[in-house]
Design a protein around this ligand. Structure first.
Ligand SMILES: [Zn+2]
Length: 267
């Protein structure tokens, strides 16, 4: 079994089952059938997921869930533990002083794998869960940000336009990398990096939703351009933000947003 009961149940409700903490699957099999412990309320929720009979011919084995092969390795354990950390450093990325709230909110959910992607919509059993952006593979957080070739195009567009580079990493590691790389949000360039990351996630999620709920489809470059513009607008209206010449040139921000010739007369 790939799922350990302790993933789902609290320690307290597990102890009320009176099963030993290290109970094996064999402990809940009686005469070739499941003999589930009586845990009030949570019982149904957990056991309704098991829709097969116990296989007595198969030996009891322990699967290490964080590794797709089921084999425990130090590196997979490290990755597994690392994957839980980004949330702690992520807050600077999300809530710096020129953040865009709706972007930060979607990134916050995405970083925790909590957007309602197709793989998480359990009730859609039997329905099409193919990624609507590329129409090639099942939709997951990992795929959507940024293994999907559509998302990758958006990502490449904005990176080229903003003169930045992100490494090619799985989603969790990418969140961690970005959180660490841009954590000092006193720097304008780091704020911009944080804005790009959040906006790109937000716009890809929006494009995905438009395709599903409104049957609207935009090319990757249009989405990339929208990301660029929303960040430029943000920088334009963030008074007093210090910006190097090179950064101004990239984002096409004039030195003063107040017209220098404005002496109150019409031209
Ligand atoms: Zn895709």
């Amino acid at each position: 079994m790939g799922m350990h009961p302790s993933d789902t149940l609290s320690q307290r409700s597990l102890s009320s089952s009176r099963l030993p903490w290290k109970a094996k699957v064999a402990d809940i099999i009686e005469n070739g059938s499941w003999s589930f412990p009586q845990v009030p309320l949570l019982n149904q929720q957990l056991w309704s997921r098991i829709n097969f009979q116990p296989n007595l011919s198969r030996e009891h084995s322990v699967d290490w869930v964080p590794n797709s092969s089921g084999q425990f390795t130090i590196s997979s354990a490290w990755e597994h533990l690392r994957a839980r950390k980004p949330i702690n450093v992520l807050h600077r990325l999300l809530w710096h002083n020129i953040h865009i709230p709706r972007h930060s909110f979607v990134l916050w959910l995405a970083a925790q794998g909590r957007l309602r992607t197709m793989d998480r919509m359990h009730y859609l059993n039997g329905e099409d869960t193919t990624c609507r952006l590329c129409a090639r593979v099942p939709e997951t957080h990992d795929h959507l940000f940024f293994m999907c070739r559509y998302s990758l195009q958006v990502w490449k567009f904005i990176q080229a336009k903003a003169h930045t580079r992100w490494p090619n990493l799985p989603w969790n590691s990418l969140v961690e990398w970005t959180s660490r790389r841009y954590q000092d949000t006193k720097s304008t360039n780091n704020k911009i990096g944080a804005l790009i990351f959040a906006a790109t996630i937000y716009y890809i999620w929006q494009e995905r939703n438009k395709r599903i709920f409104q049957q609207l489809t935009q090319p990757a470059n249009t989405v990339g351009e929208a990301i660029f513009q929303v960040i430029r607008d943000k920088l334009m209206c963030s008074n007093g933000i210090s910006m190097a010449d090179g950064t101004r040139a990239i984002w096409n921000i004039p030195w003063s947003t107040m017209p220098l010739w404005d002496d109150g007369q019409h031209h």
